[in-house]
Design a protein around this ligand. Structure first.
Ligand code: 5GP
Length: 211
């Protein structure tokens, strides 16, 4: 039986707040690439905490990668947060705009890749390898100078042996950051996946609307 760990929006906001300082100390990103769908919300929250006074907002680009396939719930009539099972290969559902103009914005930058959870690390390995390849190709084709550096940020890292690997330099230089480590055999349930919305929240919203 997989242990489910439920996280709230508030806890995620606090994790991002706590991590922002560490990210700024270690990396100073110019741009974020959120892996959809789980990386979108953390990337947006991080953007607020990473913004320096009178500095620009850090742009967020999105890529879509899919490794997991949904398992039918044991009781299909029960709305709950579904646990998923790993697929075997990463599928691209969305990728960068590979036009010269768009790619020239990535060359020579510090790029933070954001996802919600690092499980087998297959998705992160794919994202880092493919993004490094595409940016290096664009750098050569456009004749641009400057090293592009990638870092990875996840809310949760599962404590387990990983199938995927990240570049040695990334790990050594502290460019892999996880806000929290969770047990390897758990399933983290994120609030944006919830199918059951808490009654208390509805009550609170109703109360606010009627005041
Ligand atoms: P990995 O490639 O590291 O095995 O899996 C990464 C992706 O699988 C995540 O981006 C996420 O979509 C999904 N995933 C893996 N473990 C969990 C989990 O515990 N909870 C949720 N909600 N998604 C997970």
């Amino acid at each position: 039986m997989v242990e489910k760990v439920y996280v709230t929006y508030n806890e995620i906001h606090k994790l991002c707040q706590k991590s922002a300082e560490e990210i700024l100390n270690r990396f100073q990103p110019n741009l974020m690439i959120a892996i959809g769908g789980g990386g979108y919300v953390p990337a947006r929250i991080l953007r607020s905490f990473l913004k320096r006074p009178s500095g620009p907002n850090i742009p967020i680009q999105a890529i879509g990668l899919s490794l997991y396939e949904s398992l039918p719930p044991s009781d299909p009539s029960a709305p709950s947060t579904p646990v998923e099972t790993p697929g075997t290969k990463v599928t691209r559902t969305q990728w960068l705009d590979l036009s010269s103009l768009s790619m020239s914005n990535l060359v020579g930058k510090n790029i933070l890749i954001v996802d919600e959870v690092d499980d087998t690390r297959t998705t992160l390995q794919y994202a880092v390898t493919e993004l490094e390849k595409d940016v290096e190709e664009a750098r050569k084709n456009l004749g641009l100078e400057g090293e592009t550096k990638f870092a990875v940020y996840v809310l949760h890292n599962k404590n387990k042996p990983k199938k995927g690997h990240l570049p040695e330099a990334m790990v050594k230089e502290g460019r892999y950051m996880a806000a929290e480590t969770v047990p390897g055999n758990c399933w983290v349930c994120y609030p944006w996946e919830a199918l059951l919305v808490l009654y208390e929240s509805t009550l609170l919203v109703r109360t606010m609307l009627t005041v």
